[in-house]
Design a binder for this molecule. Structure first.
Ligand code: SAM
Length: 195
């Protein structure tokens, strides 16, 4: 594992009760993001505490390569994270942790604090080099995100997401239904990617 990625994981272990990504997820996402071209654009749905955005931004060398970073999170339900994951991080602390992480890593991220179905209206079609879906984990929410954001991804762009696993049946159902056989899940990780 790259030294910088080790540092990122160490940073979040020190600040979160539970990481949003496993080490393997971090590695896969890091690897995917390293392919984003100069002046590209990375969009994620589900800012959370910032684990995924820091990994993608650092891996892509966003600052040096002029890559634009956009993170979307409605931070709607105060107890969302607690209910969904049983983790002791609430909505308010997720937002604080996200902002702290961006500051610590010196990242210039445009944070859209709104529902993904609204946020998509401000993102041009065919403009995204890497889309990472990690917002709603319910069937209808994941399906809506895939439908709404498909046109946003450039031809040949990376269209991926998190939590393709048994404990998130909504993700499994929506991704399977929307992509058929045209996607893969990385080994030892719950990151999925459209082929
Ligand atoms: C699993 S967490 C994201 C973790 C984040 N990717 C990280 O690595 O730290 C999911 C987040 O998605 C947000 N969310 C859920 N449904 C959403 C939606 N439809 N639109 C915007 N944000 C949403 C929640 O508020 C929550 O913070």
């Amino acid at each position: 594992m790259e030294e910088q990625l080790k540092e990122i994981i160490k940073y979040f272990i020190a600040r979160l009760t539970n990481l949003f990504l496993t080490e393997e997820d971090f590695c896969q996402l890091y690897d995917l993001a390293s392919n984003v071209p100069e002046n590209g654009r990375i969009v994620e749905i589900g800012a959370g505490a910032g684990c995924s955005m820091v990994a993608m931004a650092i891996a892509s060398k966003a600052k040096d390569k002029g890559i634009k970073l956009i993170s979307i999170d409605s931070f709607q339900d105060a107890n969302y994270l607690k209910y969904e994951y049983g983790w002791s991080i609430t909505k308010e602390s997720a937002l604080t942790k996200f902002l702290e992480a961006m500051k610590f890593w010196g990242l210039d991220v445009k944070l859209l604090q709104e529902h993904s179905a609204l946020a998509c209206k401000g993102i041009e079609d065919g403009s995204v080099d890497l889309l990472f879906i990690d917002g709603s984990h319910q069937y209808a929410g994941v399906k809506a995100d895939i439908i709404n954001y498909s046109p946003k991804v450039k031809d040949g762009g990376i269209f991926c997401g998190h939590d393709f696993q048994k404990c998130h049946p909504g993700v499994v159902q929506a991704v399977g239904e929307m992509f058929g056989k045209n996607f893969r899940v990385f080994k030892d990780s719950s990151i999925w990617r459209r082929n």
